[in-house]
Design a protein around this ligand. Structure first.
Ligand code: NAD
Length: 419
């Protein structure tokens, strides 16, 4: 099939490459000429493990290209996938890009009699595909098929999905969507459009809830002054209902979730619930716990150092999680803002962010170090490195990546979430 993917971000580009890998002819439609050039030379404009290799392979097979020619790309396609951003602005979903892309598709296909399927892959609230996309695109097939890939594992997730959710309200759209995904060997969950939209929010809200729950347990444990939450989770995680499951990775205490999805999607779902008369008590608590969690790191630091004015604080990690270059809604932002508000001088490091200092440079003469992202580079740091380089060896472990005993034995003041 000829497929046009609108949007060349994490979801658009990875989806395009995955569809090309099963034999479709894909054009990824973007607006930034520099990014399009990069993709056409087999290079991703952002970091995602394995994506460059996948792009290069598909380019070589002549099944994938990028273009800024919206109208032509859409007109030449059997399937058009909308993968534009749906940020949350002032606690509500911002549909500007969805409206614009849908309108552009409608204009490009005006008068065309050939049947095509338009698929919404962006995360949108129940009702958006039917009420906003459908009237704009014209009399074509319509589906909503949310994306579940995780940044950092996006290529693997897209090539071997756990499932594909296909939301359709008519048979012709359903059979065309099934044809598009036929070569992906996984369960296909065919539901109506609103259910597909809700499935994505339910999945993200579940993982966000698990993270905030793990953080609430950490905060309760910490207040007792005799419980270390890391030991609590060791005891809980060995339960055979949890052990070995991918869910485990969401059940560790830390300084909160960030990224382009969980924060915006939980807030959008909360607003949606309120708008239809449902009080989303759990979601509300999940969001509140998450928003206060980064500040706990600064609170722990103040307990140790007192006044932070003119103190040199090293912040380790700017991305919202390891193995990505995405800093959207990273807990590092509230941490750094709070430190600066208290008069501290902040120096940060991140393996993915250009122009940050080296680990050694940030630790040198620091009054304290705060770990915000659980990068392997930080996990591998020995307690002696902190001791040797820092002016006063205070380590605030926002991800609980260090062994408390080893650090304390090395003469470090070790503090962290839930300890
Ligand atoms: P992104 O911001 O990385 O990419 C969106 C791209 O769409 C941008 O490059 C933007 O320039 C482009 N765009 C917007 N309007 C356009 C138009 N009219 N024509 C051409 N290009 C246009 O966003 P993303 O992270 O890829 O997310 C896209 C959607 O997928 C969002 O709804 C998001 O919630 C959802 N999602 C994201 C992830 C993730 O991990 N990033 C996972 C699952 C679902």
């Amino acid at each position: 099939m000829n497929v046009a993917v609108i949007g060349t971000g994490y979801v658009g580009l990875v989806t395009g490459a995955a569809l090309a890998s099963v034999g479709h002819h894909v054009v990824c439609v973007g607006r930034d000429v520099k990014k399009i050039k990069a993709i056409n030379s087999g290079k991703s404009p952002f970091f995602e493990s394995g994506l460059d290799a996948l792009l290069a392979r598909q380019r070589k097979m002549k099944r994938l290209r990028a273009s800024d020619e919206f109208t032509k790309s859409v007109q030449q396609s059997d399937v058009i996938i909308i993968a534009v951003g749906t940020p949350t602005v002032q606690n509500a979903i911002d549909l500007t890009a969805i409206r614009e892309a849908s309108k552009q598709i409608g204009v490009a296909l005006k008068g065309s009699t050939k049947y095509r399927l338009i698929i919404v892959k962006s995360t949108v609230l129940p009702g958006v595909t039917e009420k906003i996309v459908k009237p704009a695109i014209g009399p074509f097939g319509l589906a909503m098929s949310p994306e579940f890939l995780r940044e950092g594992n996006a290529v693997g997730d897209a090539l071997e999905p756990d499932r594909i959710v296909i939301g359709v309200n008519d048979k012709k759209s359903a059979s065309m969507a099934q044809k598009l995904y036929a070569k992906f060997d996984c369960p296909k969950v065919v539901v109506n459009i609103a259910t597909a939209e809700m499935t994505k929010y339910a999945a993200n809200a579940l993982f966000a809830t698990m993270i905030s729950f793990a953080n609430e347990i950490a905060n309760i444990s910490q207040a007792t002054e005799e419980i270390d939450v890391v030991d609590v989770w060791r005891g809980v995680h060995l339960d055979r209902r949890i052990k070995g499951s991918g869910m485990l990775s969401y059940m560790y205490s830390g300084c909160g979730y960030g990224g382009s999805c969980f924060p915006k999607d939980t807030k959008a779902l909360k607003k949606f619930a309120l708008d239809i008369g449902i009080k989303p008590d759990i979601l509300q608590s999940v969001i509140e716990t998450n928003e206060s969690q980064p500040y706990r790191l600064v609170k722990l630091l103040k307990q140790e150092l007192g006044n932070l004015s003119k103190k040199r604080i090293a912040v380790l990690g700017l991305t919202f999680k390891p193995n990505t270059d995405d800093t959207r809604e990273s807990p590092s932002f509230p941490v750094i803002a709070e430190l600066k508000k208290a008069g501290a001088s902040v120096i940060s490091h991140d393996p993915m962010i250009k122009n940050t200092a080296t680990i050694q440079e940030v630790l040198k003469n620091a009054d304290a170090a705060i770990v915000v992202t659980a990068w392997d580079e930080y996990k591998q740091l020995a307690a002696t490195t902190f001791k040797k380089l820092m002016k006063s060896p205070v380590v605030i472990d926002g991800r609980r990546i260090y062994n408390k005993k080893q650090f304390t034995d090395a003469g470090i003041v070790y503090k962290g979430i839930g300890v």
